[in-house]
Write a protein that binds this ligand. Structure first.
Ligand code: NAP
Length: 204
């Protein structure tokens, strides 16, 4: 892959939905990225596991979701690595594979308020620019203050990008499956078919 500016869209993706795909698309245009690596987590150790599909199932859904786009690529790195998923390890591995590339880790902007509790945040900030999508739930001034604080404390390079509020979440999609409601238009058709065929999220 000869990409020079690489976006990394990390997620539990349980399941991946159009909010994730649009966020990646938006980030690409906003930061002029060459492409996006979608990175389903191995073990999201901070998340409730009650409704969690296996890594291989979440990986399969993510692959289906991005298969039609040349500039979207799905990596099995975190699922294969096993154990708790730490973003700094992923970024260090990617840095090794793409020594010259600029790495952009894409997140919802509220993550600026929790990232210091992630494992080795200083190593995360060292390896990438954080591309944080502000969805209007947090006032821009608060985000800007936090951005500056992280920049001063860690030398973090953070780009804030405006992103439309979309009330789509994996939690809501799982709830709809449980209640026998349609998830059409919320996830790509290929992902919806995979979920229906596997009877996923129905009886969790
Ligand atoms: P997720 O729930 O699948 O979400 C993935 C990303 O999409 C998040 O940044 C999320 O932002 C965003 N998103 C979801 N719905 C959206 C919508 N409707 N509109 C716009 N954005 C939307 O994944 P996650 O469990 O939060 O994990 C995200 C990444 O953080 C993963 O790569 C994970 O490994 C990493 N992480 C690392 C550590 C660590 O290294 N110790 C700890 C925690 C997480 P919001 O969260 O704002 O919804």
């Amino acid at each position: 892959m000869s990409w020079e500016k690489i976006g990394i869209m990390g997620g539990t993706f349980n399941p991946i939905h159009i909010g994730h795909l649009l966020l990646a698309q938006w980030a690409m245009e906003e930061a002029g990225l060459d492409g996006i690596i979608f990175m389903p987590t191995g073990n999201s150790y901070l998340k409730d596991k009650t409704e969690m599909l296996s890594g291989s199932e979440r990986l399969a859904m993510t692959r289906l979701a991005v298969q039609d786009r040349d500039c979207f690529f799905c990596s099995d790195m975190e699922v294969k690595r096993g154990g708790n998923t730490y973003t700094y390890e992923t970024l260090e591995s990617l840095r090794h594979i793409y020594p010259q590339a600029e790495l952009y880790f894409i997140v919802g902007a509220d993550c600026l308020f929790s990232i210091e509790n992630w494992y080795c945040p200083e190593k995360i900030f060292k390896q990438c620019t954080l591309l944080a999508a502000s969805r209007g739930s947090t006032p821009l001034q608060e985000l800007e203050e936090k951005r500056q604080e992280l920049a001063e404390h860690y030398g973090a390079d953070i780009l804030l990008m405006a992103f439309p509020d979309m009330e789509i979440s994996s939690t809501d999609i799982r709830r709809r499956c449980r209640e026998g409601k349609s998830i059409q238009y919320l996830v790509p058709d290929s992902v919806r078919e995979y979920i229906i065929a596997g009877h996923f999220y129905e009886n969790l």
